[in-house]
Design a protein around this ligand. Sequence first.
Ligand code: MN
Ligand code: MN
Length: 338
Amino acid sequence: MKYPSSWFVRRCLPLLTFAFGLGIFDPALGGGQLERGDNARGRGPLEVPGLLRAGLVAGFIGVPLDIGTSHRPGARFGPRQIRAESCLIRPYNMATGAAPFDALQVADLGDVPINTYNLLKSVDIIEQHYGPVLDAGCIPLTLGGDHTIALPILRAMKARHGPVALIHVDAHADVNPDMFGERIAHGTPFRRAVEEGLLIGDKVWQIGLRGSGYSAEDFDWPRQQGFTIVPAHEVWWQSLTPLMAQIRERIGPDTPTYLSFDIDGIDPAYAGGTGTPEIGGLTVPQALEIVRGCRGLNLVGCDLVEVSPAYDTSGNTALLGANLLFEMLCVLPGVKYR
Ligand code: MN
Ligand code: MN
């Protein structure tokens, strides 16, 4: 499909596509999209030439997968409701002055056609889906889905960029050696990522960790890898802007950096629609400080995972997720401020 360049298309259509999944690109439909939780039109493999022709800089991608969850399922419906709640989002960031659609071509690329019956196959499908997106120079902004999806995305990131720096917001470290004997699950992606050399170990921050555990040593392993752990209780009542300044200083402006944001990093008072809630979490202003504090980094991808709409019938959690994804878009390299 030809990509026209009118004001409407540049300013409005990206938002509409984010909101409703109208789709600037129209690849072949996949089968069983309803069961997978795809949006209005299910998507098959992406058309890479189409992406290149459009000069797409950023693409929202849904990954409606929740068969890696250990407790309450339902995150497969995250992308669908995040898109629904995104219809309220306007194109200009009143707080930061970011006008992402002024300079960036942005589109909703639909959902990854995962296999609802097979987690390992789905992980491979996700990795294969992201490869062409990254090769086209497009920065993926992912709507999860449970946190398992970070592993195949980081695998694709390594193939394109090499190991990446990581800013990981979460109540949980997600570095279990296994869960119930399984090595691939939503509580293991960052253990696997270290083992596979996907991360720059001394440029990883885990922010918002908390909750009950199994032993005092739960967070020792990530620290041994060089990770910086920022437990939630250590930053209660504090601005996270100074922390983000330290992180930018340590990472530097050129290092490829990935932002993985588990919505359960935020307190369940604000984001109860998630599968593994933990009390005493980050506030919404702190979440905004983290994302806005990523401005100036070489962000190569971001995700917002673990929104599970059934546990928050108000839609607030998905609304928050949609806004955080907009904030991520606002700090990508090349965004104009006015
Ligand atoms: Mn997580
Ligand atoms: Mn979590």
